[in-house]
Ligand binder design. Structure first.
Ligand code: NAD
Length: 293
């Protein structure tokens, strides 16, 4: 059984990205620029933002973190985004979700210029991913999972892939990545799925992105499955676990991601990949190979 170590894979990718940035700086080009905007003081969001920013800085990305108070108005946030939309030194803009409930998240997503939409949530980028028309931005978690599967030579062609969870952030774009070029046969399950284990048992590759500890147990998967656990859940004990009963499911798996140390680090590194991708396009360079699926 193979443990898919996002920690290891992301480390290798970061080293490559750092070398690439060093080479741009040696040519006299500016640093890639990333703006991360956080509204409010949600502790989990603060941790994610800090991690993203530190990792970006470590490889040579100029990262600006804007922290706005919880009572920031929608207009104020829109104006902040517009300022960075026009900033020549900024390649990527990320607004940390979830936003406070008085702010219309859809409007905020649509305010970010599609060519600076480093998270790939703008409908223009989602549309490009869905149709294959033009060059879009792949959302970070699905891109990270794709890069990890590639790293471990796990072929998806002709496979039965089951994605549990259908959010705009993970489940839906993940299913589109597998569906691209009609590679895999994709089933998407969600909270209204009648018989979850009927579907999960068919999976050659199972991606779970729900946010419920132990949702997937060993009796729900077949022998030889590849399991990608996206879930992040904090138990009362403080322990972080995924959505999959790791200890028992791993016995039946060909490969499985741990939590933590699996998908999480791949998501962060994909943010760096997408930032560099947008930087390259801004400078008239070819798209970043890691940002292509
Ligand atoms: P979400 O709440 O937006 O979506 C959850 C999805 O799960 C929905 O589609 C819902 O229908 C489905 N669902 C709920 N109960 C279900 C059930 N019993 N059976 C089947 N489907 C069910 O969540 P999200 O933003 O997609 O995140 C999902 C999980 O992944 C969370 O734990 C989140 O913290 C984690 N996450 C991790 C990373 C990472 O980098 N590791 C990135 C993003 C999200």
């Amino acid at each position: 059984m193979l443990i898919l170590s996002g920690k290891e894979v992301s480390k290798k990718i970061k080293e490559e990205l750092k070398k690439e940035i060093d080479s741009y700086l040696a040519q006299g080009l500016r640093k890639p620029g990333l703006t991360v905007i956080l509204v409010g003081n949600d502790p989990a969001s603060q941790i994610y933002v800090r991690r993203k920013r530190e990792t970006a800085e470590n490889i040579g990305i100029n990262s600006i973190c804007v922290t706005l108070p919880q009572n920031t108005t929608e207009e104020e946030l829109v104006e902040t985004i517009k300022r960075f939309n026009e900033d020549e030194n900024i390649d990527g803009i990320l607004v940390q979700l979830p936003l406070p409930s008085h702010i219309n998240t859809h409007r905020i997503i649509e305010t970010i210029r599609p060519d600076k939409d480093v998270d790939g949530f703008h409908p223009e980028n989602v549309g490009r991913l869905a149709t294959g028309i033009g060059r879009g931005i792949i959302p970070c978690t699905p891109l990270g999972i794709w890069l990890m599967l590639k790293h471990y030579d796990i072929d998806v062609f002709g496979k039965d892939v089951v994605v549990v969870g259908a959010s705009n952030i993970v489940g839906k774009p993940m299913s589109l990545v597998f569906l691209k070029d009609e590679r895999a046969t994709v089933t998407v399950c969600h909270k209204n799925t009648k018989d979850l284990s009927f579907h999960t048992k068919k999976a050659d590759i199972l991606v779970v992105a729900v946010g419920k500890p132990n949702l997937i147990t060993a009796d729900m998967v077949k022998e030889g499955v590849v399991v990608i656990d996206v879930g992040i859940n904090r138990l009362e004990s403080g322990k972080i676990v995924g959505d999959v009963d790791f200890e028992n499911v791993k016995e039946k798996s060909y490969a499985i991601t741990p939590v933590p140390g699996g998908v999480g680090p791949m998501t962060v590194v994909s943010l760096l990949v997408n930032t560099l991708h947008l930087y390259r396009l801004r400078h008239g360079f070819p798209p970043h190979p890691f940002a292509q699926i």
